[in-house]
Design a protein around this ligand. Sequence first.
Ligand code: ZN
Length: 148
Amino acid sequence: MKPSHIEHIGIAVSNLETAISFYEKVFGLKCYNIEEVAEQQVRTAFFMVGQTKIELLESTDPEGPIGKFIEKKGEGIHHIAFAVEKIEEQLVHAEKMGVKLIDSTPRKGTEGLDIAFLHPKSTYGVLIEICENKKSVGFNSITNQRVK
Ligand code: ZN
């Protein structure tokens, strides 16, 4: 699969505002984006740390995935996201390797990424997301198409 880097680390928090101010005050990081994903019942906040982001996740519904996660495990690291290319091919590859998939086809995530989750039962207990920024390298903003 060869991920190029850790795109982000997702951290489940009970209160987005207090967690944002913690990261800003203690680490001197700047929250540059807040995004709600209604279908995932989550509100997210982003910080850049080098080329890796910290993604804070607050549940908007106790029955949502983050709400359930916090109820079961408390606040903490929820997932790690690897940046990959050709995400569709990576999912086929992972499945061939016997990895259980949560998403067999990519879906739209935050920050305009195409994302898919691998099942933690197949990945040593860590929820791993693979994601692809199809607009990054070689993206032509005029034709709206990839150059390479
Ligand atoms: Zn994520």
